[in-house]
Design a protein around this ligand. Sequence first.
Ligand SMILES: [Fe+2]
Ligand SMILES: [Fe+2]
Length: 274
Amino acid sequence: MEPIFFVQLSDIHVNAPEKNNPMFGVDMSAKLRAAFAEIRSMRTKPAFVLISGDLTQDGDADDYRHLRRLIDEEAERTGVPVHVGLGNHDSRPAFREGYLGEEPSEESYYYSFLEKSLRVVMLNSQIEGSHDGEIDAKQLAWLRDTLSEPAPEGTIVVLHHPVTATPNAMMDGHLLRNPADLKDAVHGQGVIGMLSGHIHFHNIGSLVGIPCAAATGVAFGLDSTSPNTMRFLDNSGYNLVTVSGGHMAVQPRMLPGEQRLLYEWDPAKQPAHA
Ligand SMILES: [Fe+2]
Ligand SMILES: [Fe+2]
């Protein structure tokens, strides 16, 4: 089978420009557009782009309306479909209203799609009002049911919160609350990889032998060498993902750009940044 190539973006933290309150004074919409511009310059066109949560910073319906316009425009220019999932900065009712054009509701947003013989599962690990993540019982049951029918090239599971440990003690306190439940659901079910975001630096691990890759953010990065403070950096990156012969390979990439320190949060000295 031909290799399947796609791009994972994460943590784009976009807000509607009319709010005029850019995080750290940085235009996150421009950063997202720069990522799409780089995708368009690639020698191989990806089959699709996925975005693994923290779609917006504030999670208002206006933010999602702006984001939907932006993504529709970039998807058309790039000629690829864009699949999105939710993160802890998102809000289900506002997303349903502003992005999907539906009635606002707290209903979880998870689904799967096929790219040729590869299945991609987009989970909703966000807990409204919390930095932590969880896959609830209803979603776990749906996941088990979905995976019970194998896909020829295997399945990639995408969720905002990583399931494996990181070098940042502060971040490790805000990962997935129930990795054991997810481990049980995916073990031996043809899952060839798991992709996450949330931590804003590239991180590779494994879960019951399944490779797990967290992508850095498009909006900003966090300094992975600073274990007890959060050093927000003005950089952007993403993952290139190739699936071939039932195996997933991930190439973490950084966009050219500044590495300047935007903000340093030391919980021993300062209150949390908004
Ligand atoms: Fe984020
Ligand atoms: Fe997050």
